[in-house]
Design a protein around this ligand. Structure first.
Ligand code: XUL
Ligand code: CO
Length: 449
């Protein structure tokens, strides 16, 4: 038996869910095998690291294992066999068998979950905790056998009806306490599984109408809640990174974590920047009216680019469609920012993306991930070549050359007054501005793609 087959049997047991699909291998761009990588060669070295080390891919439990096609207009469309059991613990184990089979066959090094993706919430805090503790033990065995790690954990503080007015920002204290209990257990699970990170996405941390909302008080409560989480986790040995995942709207009308810039202001205000970075999601940035690369750059400039949720919005829709990424132009521009920022340390690329409702075969899950991984791998290579061999950085540097010496340098150093600027302007007379040459930069990306 090959090593890869042994590894898979160890992880999935004797009952594979993805029959007929073997470990996905790199076969190169000329291969016609749909179930192979054309660009992602995990051992290929780019800019001093392997692709696997650079990209740190992760499968999102909620979309790929729990989602079965339900939307606002209709029920499930996918008959995933791992969701068939009626007993909650059996279902949780089946789901985890399927998860680790999918993850190891894809050769993805990480996964991410919400607490109740792993196992259904119980009727009481105690029952939920018991279920979670039990499935975490199972996950530990799976991680050890497969060498797959937890990129980050999180708590689902937005689905249950008790959170309809928010979790940490709920106007009722008793609901904040419920959220705290859930947060504590999710942190315990993340710590037990050696999570490299812990995410807060404020699904309902926001408001629908200002008429019934004390925004200042709610945001102070959020600051308190995050501080308590940080203190608890650090006290209990969590060495990973906390992330906030910005999103401007949906499900609430106004979310407090609107975009990267808003979140950075919040983290500064509550003195949390030492422990928190950002988990930037493509489709959230675009919902905020930005490009993905814009929010990445805002985070990077504050030394807070932690991790990303990879997906793609629909150019015509105004909501969060969470499609698998495949836009090379967009992802290449993102990889330029990520590489220039020094790449990921604790973070990685989590596929927070779902199959379309009418993609119903098990193999579709593989095809979607393979194409997403190939898109990032190709963009990594292109971005690295642009940075290493093209005049890109030099052009951008030269655009600001007037600040490198003389009066421009004095301005940057704070050595000029407004009166000085006036004297310089009078001396110079009218100036002919230089071309921004946007199209030239765009053509460079096309050349290297
Ligand atoms: C929702 C979203 C979440 C977070 C984790 O838009 O992106 O799945 O990533 O709660
Ligand atoms: Co996300």
């Amino acid at each position: 038996m090959s090593d890869i087959k042994k590894e898979i049997n160890l992880v999935t047991g004797s009952r594979p869910f993805f029959k007929g699909i073997d470990r996905i291998k790199y076969e190169g761009p000329s291969s016609d095998n749909i179930l192979s990588f054309k660009h992602y060669d995990e051992n290929r070295v780019v800019a001093g690291k392997t692709m696997k080390e650079h990209l740190r891919f992760s499968v999102a439990y909620w979309h790929s294992l729990c989602g079965a096609g339900q939307d606002m207009f209709g029920g499930d469309t996918k008959d995933w066999p791992w969701l068939a059991a009626s007993d909650p613990m059996q279902k949780a184990r089946d789901k985890m068998d399927a998860a680790f089979e999918l993850i190891t066959k894809l050769g993805v090094p990480f996964y991410c979950f919400h607490d109740f993706d792993l196992v259904a919430e119980g009727a009481t805090v105690a029952e939920s905790e018991k279920r979670l503790t039990s499935i975490v033990e199972y996950a530990k065995e799976k991680q050890q056998a497969s060498n797959v790690g937890l990129l980050w954990g999180t708590a689902n503080l937005f689905s249950h009806r008790r959170y309809m007015n928010g979790a940490a920002t709920n106007p009722e204290f008793d609901i904040i306490a419920q959220a705290g209990a859930q947060l504590k257990n999710a942190l315990d699970a993340t710590i037990a599984l050696g999570g490299a990170g812990y995410v807060f996405w404020g699904g309902r941390e926001g408001y629908m109408s200002l008429l019934n909302t004390n925004m200042k008080r709610e945001q102070e409560h959020l600051g308190r809640f995050l501080t308590m989480a940080r203190d608890y986790a650090r006290k209990n040995g969590f060495k990973g990174c906390f992330y906030i995942e910005p999103k401007p709207m949906e499900p609430t009308k106004h979310q407090y974590d609107y975009d990267a810039s808003t979140v950075l202001g919040f983290l500064r205000q509550y003195d949390l920047l030492g422990d928190f970075k950002l988990n930037v999601e493509v489709n959230h940035a675009t919902l905020a009216g930005h490009t993905f690369q814009h929010d990445l750059q805002v985070a990077a400039d504050a030394n807070a680019l932690g991790s990303i949720d990879a997906n793609r919005g629909d150019y015509q829709n105004g909501w969060d469609t969470d499609e698998f990424p495949m836009d090379l132009f967009e992802v290449t521009q993102a990889m330029l920012v990520i590489l220039e920022a020094g790449g990921f340390t604790t973070g990685g690329i989590n596929f927070d993306a779902k199959l379309r409702r009418n993609s119903t075969e098990e193999s579709d899950l593989f095809i979607a991930h393979i194409n997403g991984m190939d898109t990032f791998a190709r963009s990594l290579v292109v971005a690295d070549r642009i940075l290493q061999s093209s005049p890109y950085r030099q052009w951008r540097k030269e655009r600001y050359a007037s600040f490198d010496s003389g009066e421009g340098a004095k301005f940057e150093a704070g050595q000029l007054s407004l009166e000085d600027l006036k004297a310089i302007a009078v001396r110079n007379g009218e100036i002919t501005p230089k071309s921004g040459k946007q199209e030239l930069y765009e053509s460079l990306i096309n050349k290297y793609l």
